[in-house]
Design a protein around this ligand. Structure first.
Ligand code: NAP
Length: 250
């Protein structure tokens, strides 16, 4: 798929990694719908930056943990843009909590944003893609999708559920719509990380450094264009998952 002239919708697309994805798609010529939850001013700034690429851009607000808000969001996007060609699901509440200290409310919030909204968005937007004969869906995963992260219990389970959906959707929506995941490694630390934490995480990758949001945005661009790739998870992690296989002495 050539993104030029297509409409891309990016959840969590206003700030941080989502911002880089929105702007990369705009640079590739896609009109972008930038979703945000709380980052209203960042969303306006991202929209303004996207327009510098000569595309149309708009910001849409929704709490993706609220299914009614997601339904209103789909309706608003369809009214304003018609069909969406590219869906990138990047929004993610990164909430710490083990089995013992995750409340049902937190569980529902995390599942709502990660899983339920992805279900509603694909259910709402995929029929238009199929009708137009072309669509690309990309979902952000992370290491917790595959490796247990007991202190981010709901988050890890939610990301695993997205990966399960990616594969099911790839099967169901083929051949018109391709559905893939991206597994970023450390590309942008959450606020408050110390230098020591950053250095330890960098040392835990084969490449010995952090990536940046542009690495993930480039992977999104690749998967949008990669017409023979579906049901895949693309790791953009500096080899983090293989670092434990390094020889102990070099
Ligand atoms: N940063 C990394 O190094 C890294 C590593 C591995 C995987 N990833 C994945 O890559 C994606 C982007 O990473 P990131 O670090 O940029 O993520 P992030 O800053 O932790 O969160 C992305 C966005 O999620 C949105 N969000 C949170 N709760 C929401 C809700 N209830 N409703 C709607 N939106 C909500 C927020 O939007 P607002 O700001 O508008 O409230 C936020 O900007 C995520 O899926 C993350 O899991 C990132």
């Amino acid at each position: 798929m050539n993104p030029a002239g297509k409409t891309a919708f990016v959840t969590g697309g206003a700030a941080r990694v989502g911002r880089a994805i929105s702007l990369a798609l705009a640079e590739a010529g896609a009109h972008v719908v930038v979703h945000y939850h709380r980052s209203a001013s960042a969303a306006q700034e991202t929209v303004a930056a996207a327009r510098q690429s000569g595309v149309e851009a708009l910001a849409v607000q929704a709490d993706l943990a609220d299914p009614d808000a997601v339904r209103r969001l789909i309706q608003a996007i369809c009214e304003q843009r018609g069909t969406v060609d590219i869906l990138v699901h990047s929004a993610s509440p990164f909430i710490r909590g083990s089995l013992a200290d995750t409340s049902l409310a937190t569980w529902r919030q995390v599942m709502g944003v990660l899983v339920e909204s992805f279900f509603l968005l694909t259910q709402g937007l995929a029929p238009g893609m199929i009708a137009r004969g072309e669509g690309a869906i990309v979902a952000m995963l992370d290491r917790g999708t595959f490796d247990p992260w007991p202190n981010f219990f709901a988050h890890g389970v939610g990301k695993s559920a997205i990966w399960a959906m990616v594969r099911s959707l790839a099967v169901k929506l083929a051949p018109q719509v391709r559905v893939n995941g991206i597994v970023p490694g450390p590309v942008l630390p959450p606020p408050g990380y110390t230098e020591k934490q950053r250095a330890e995480i960098a040392a835990g990758t084969l490449l010995g450094r952090w990536g940046d949001p542009g690495d993930v945005a480039a992977a999104v661009q690749f998967l949008v264009r990669a017409d023979y790739v579906t049901g895949e998870a693309l790791f953009v992690d500096g080899g983090e998952r293989w670092a434990h296989r390094r020889p102990r002495t070099r």
